[in-house]
Design a protein around this ligand. Structure first.
Ligand code: PMP
Length: 315
């Protein structure tokens, strides 16, 4: 797997203002660093060279889910939906990247308190940075995945519906195991043994022309890309089922793919050493993948409302 760049765009939002990213630093004693008491989001901006603008994909929906995560854990943030959208757009203008960009809004227990205590850390600090990002996992080549021996965190352990930093130890363990076994990605089952998602992406299967994805009540993160794929499928007349998925359905699926802000739409060629379908990219995956990229890049008028255009000013 390609290593992701960690060279950020020059400016970050930190402690209430835009600063050079090198100045956006916290103490090693920071509660969030010690205990994973943070909430984050990941949003993509696609660069359009012809128009010289960035098209941010579903900014408002991402910020809405970001704020829902704070509601779930019962803490406050000093910024509301409108302000967070504005901060993001302003930071994008300031960074003025001429490349596809990943946006990372981040809320965290910024105190130096010794113990994890959300009552004491009841208002989280907010920061945001941006990095150039191409493919997070390959979208064209067909990836090999394994069912993880780790179980996905459940709603009553660390709520999987929220994007909680500490929960990503769970993702890291699954990814580590998959990579050590020669696979690109992992598929989580939940404690009930049902299919949930990848380490940081939702999963879709195709069986007999029907698009199937685990339901919202099966410990998934309610992905914005997942929701977009469901809408696109509905609009294309592809039947969709959101329901509990058995492990063995993975092995009889005709097609399978991941969806996510990082993953975009990346197709799966093998699961646990069994080829998915005939091991090539299937027709429904191809249709949805092509449509997804056109939509995300702001090239489909019908879905223009999902894209926030930010003009890149000459520096
Ligand atoms: N599941 C998990 C655990 C994730 O971290 C992500 C990435 N945010 C997703 C699914 C996909 O969600 P989205 O499409 O909103 O990026």
């Amino acid at each position: 797997m390609a290593h992701l760049t960690t060279t950020a765009h020059p400016y970050a939002f930190f402690e209430g203002k835009v600063v050079p990213v090198a100045e956006a630093n916290v103490s090693i004693m920071t509660n969030a660093l010690q205990y994973g008491t943070g909430i984050f989001s990941g949003i993509r901006g696609y660069y359009n060279a012809e128009g010289d603008f960035i098209s941010i994909f579903r900014l408002e929906d991402h910020i809405k889910r970001f704020l829902q995560s704070f509601r779930i854990i019962g803490v406050k943030l000093e910024y509301d939906h409108k302000q967070l959208c504005e901060i993001t757009i302003d930071l994008m203008k300031r960074n003025a990247p001429r490349t596809d960009t990943y946006i990372r809004p981040f809320g965290y227990a910024g105190s130096l308190n010794l113990s994890p205590n959300l009552e004491r850390d009841s208002t989280f600090a907010f920061a945001e940075y941006m990095i150039p990002l191409g493919e997070y996992i390959p979208v064209d080549k067909g990836i090999s995945v394994m069912v993880s021996s780790w179980r996905r965190v459940t709603d009553n352990t660390i709520p999987s519906r929220a994007k909680i930093t500490g929960a990503y130890m769970n993702s890291a363990l699954a990814k580590q195991e998959a990579n050590r076994n020669g696979h690109e990605e992992a598929i989580f089952l939940n404690e009930a043994g049902s299919v949930v998602e990848g380490s940081a992406m939702n999963i879709f299967l195709v069986r007999d022309g029907v698009l199937i994805t685990p339901a919202k009540y099966d410990d998934i993160l309610e992905g914005i890309t997942r929701r977009s794929i469901i809408t696109l499928a509905n609009d294309m007349g592809i039947p969709v089922e959101e329901r509990t998925v058995d492990r063995s359905e993975l092995y009889v699926a005709d097609e399978a793919f991941f969806s996510g802000t990082g993953a975009q739409v990346s197709w799966i060629s093998a699961i646990d050493h069994r080829p998915v379908g005939d091991g090539t990219r299937g027709p429904i995956t191809t249709k949805l993948q092509e449509m997804f990229f056109r939509v995300a890049r702001g090239q489909e008028k019908k879905y223009a409302k999902w894209c926030t255009k930010v003009a890149i000013a000459s520096k």
